[in-house]
Design a protein around this ligand. Structure first.
Ligand code: TXA
Ligand code: MG
Length: 317
């Protein structure tokens, strides 16, 4: 599909999946109620969960939200880029976008195809990640096809560079609150605003922050790196087939995906790796716990939601 075809589809009220630097988005005309209706139906997303409005230009902001000094500073520093700002909504902005709240999430993506699409379309695009609700986010055009088959056309922009969804900072209450960790860290925001970022309890307001999200179909567990051998041995004794994502090299016949040492690389490959593990035909997925450092915050957050927590190793054999 070309950008012209995508623009035409969006103008006719259709949906188009497109690449961003974070993950692929499922785009709909943010000003068209019928398009937004289609978007929620196709994703299977609860109607009260707000979506992010993607902008092609800073000058489009006043159509959707009020602004403030902190928002301007963060946009100067990080737009276009993987940062979503939650700001007070402008009168007339649809409840379909806000989930009935008084705020709107806005971001200007940096992927050249996303920007070109937005500019050619000439208006805001609502774009949740292009996956069925609760499932693993897509970071390639093929992932989107795995989610929706031929029900949606995809603009192919290759693999996403960041690999995890944008950082969400809520500025609607004045002080900055982190609702979802991403590539841009609380420390990055602190450097620009000179204000400490509080970590929010976004559970109700942001579905990406529901406990269970980004889930493989195979039951998945976190394992402390030092206990991995024990976990593998236990699985073997029980006759369970496991698929593992870890740093250390495994010698057994276990299906094993090497976890990158570098946090940026780990994040970039995370969702593709979760899909690989899920497709390995295993009884369970074991994932080595990531380092407890700020640069791994977004990864730890996504892994905590993709798994049902730590594997219990104290059960009798
Ligand atoms: O990187 C991203 O942000 C990707 C790409 C496609 O841009 N989009 C994305 O959208 O992750 P989605 O819908 O999967 O996640 C949007 C998150 C949800 O957790 C939603 O609740 C939150 O943003 N959100 C949107 N508007 C909000 C609002 N007004 N208040 C609080 N949270 C909001
Ligand atoms: Mg999502």
């Amino acid at each position: 599909m070309t950008i012209e075809m995508a623009v035409q589809e969006l103008r006719m009220g259709g949906l188009v999946a497109f690449p961003t630097e974070t993950v692929y988005g499922l785009g709909a005309d943010a000003s068209n109620p019928a398009s937004l209706d289609k978007l929620y139906s196709l994703k299977g997303r609860p109607r009260n969960h707000p979506v992010i409005v993607h902008l092609g230009c800073r000058s489009w902001l006043p159509k959707w939200t009020e602004t403030c000094e902190a928002a301007e500073k963060l946009a100067d520093a990080f737009w276009p880029g993987p940062l979503t700002l939650i700001l007070e909504r402008r009168p007339g902005v649809s409840d379909q976008l806000t989930g009935g709240q008084n705020t709107v999430g806005v971001r200007m993506p940096s992927h050249p195809i996303a920007l070109e699409l937005l500019i050619e379309f000439g208006g805001g695009l609502a774009a949740p990640s292009a996956n069925r609700f609760g499932r693993i986010s897509p970071t390639t055009a093929d992932h989107v096809r795995q989610e929706f088959g031929d029900r949606v056309q995809v603009l192919d922009g290759g693999p996403c560079k960041v690999g995890v969804e944008s950082t969400i900072i809520d500025l609607s209450g004045g002080a900055p609150v982190l609702l979802r960790p991403g590539h841009i860290t609380p420390e990055d925001v602190f450097e620009v605003l000179g204000k400490k970022v509080r970590v929010g309890e976004g559970a109700v307001r942001a579905p990406g922050t529901l406990d269970s999200h980004y889930c493989p179909e195979t039951p998945a567990f976190l394992v402390d790196g030092e206990k991995l051998d024990k976990a593998l041995e236990q699985a073997k004794t029980r006759g369970l087939k496991v698929a593992v994502l870890c740093h250390q090299q495994l010698t057994s016949e276990t299906y094993w995906v090497q976890a990158p040492e570098d946090a940026l690389e780990y994040a970039r490959e995370l969702y593709a790796n979760l899909r690989l593990l899920d497709q390995a035909g295993a009884d369970e997925i074991l994932i080595e716990e990531p380092p407890a450092k700020e640069s791994w915050l977004a990864i730890s957050d996504r892994l905590a939601r993709a798994t049902t927590g730590f594997k219990r190793l104290d059960c009798p054999r």
